[in-house]
Design a protein. Structure first.
Lengths: 108, 112
């Protein structure tokens, strides 16, 4: 069983659509990261959440600690949002449990 | 990715060759890690370090060596490359008890 489960695995959307990516985890955490990886690119941390909601431009991340669930929302999606989005939760030794990622393609 | 420099970005090796992937950070983080990323498997931990002079194995350490002589640098060595080591490798620098996470740009390695 994976400690971090993401859904969906793959997602295709039309430009302008509202997108939601979900992450469920089974371990107790102090924080959760949403990471972004563009094709052929590096990994960037978009958000670090410990409670509630954070917003950065068209990206919104929410977390429910009691339900062990987080969502990443993208409003008014754009082709440049096409990337793999990865959920990560810290574990002992400052390492991470990673989800397997959601591959998002936004079509013009 | 401010703070983490990883090189090279691309590399092709022949089976049996050795090489070193370089990783450096300037954030004074104690924790650094190396991951490999394979299709359908996500990021898997190869080796990690909790400070200068201290390293330990992760989930998939075989065929790799690391050392941490300074806080800044954490190189990954492939001793005798095998096709199974074809992958994308990421170095990570972690701070704030997991609340700060910075990754290198990745190294796309092909072993033929």
């Amino acid at each position: 069983k994976n400690e971090v489960e993401q859904s969906p695995q793959n997602l295709t959307a039309q430009e302008g659509e509202f997108i939601t990516i979900n992450c469920s985890y089974s371990v107790g955490i102090s924080a959760l990261h949403w990471l972004q990886q563009h094709p052929g690119g590096g990994i960037v941390s978009l958000f670090m959440l410990s409670s509630g909601k954070k917003k950065h431009g068209r990206l919104i991340a929410t977390i429910n600690i009691q339900e062990k669930h987080s969502s990443l929302h993208i409003t008014a999606s754009h082709p440049r949002d096409s990337a793999v989005y990865i959920c990560a939760v810290p574990r002992s030794g400052n390492q991470f449990y990673f989800g397997t990622g959601t591959s998002l393609t936004v079509i013009p | 990715n401010a703070g983490v420099t990883q090189t090279p970005k691309f590399q092709v090796l022949k089976t049996g060759q050795s090489m070193t992937l370089q990783c450096a950070q300037d954030m004074n983080h104690e924790y650094m890690s190396w991951y490999r990323q394979d299709p359908g498997m996500g990021l898997r931990l190869i080796h990690y370090s909790v400070g200068a002079g201290i390293t330990d194995q992760g989930e998939v350490p075989n065929g790799y060596n690391v050392s941490r002589s300074t806080t800044e640098d954490f190189p990954l060595r492939l001793l005798s490359a095998a096709p199974s080591q074809t992958s994308v490798y990421f170095c990570a620098s972690i701070g704030g008890r997991g609340t700060e996470a910075f990754f290198g740009q990745g190294t796309r390695l092909t072993v033929v």
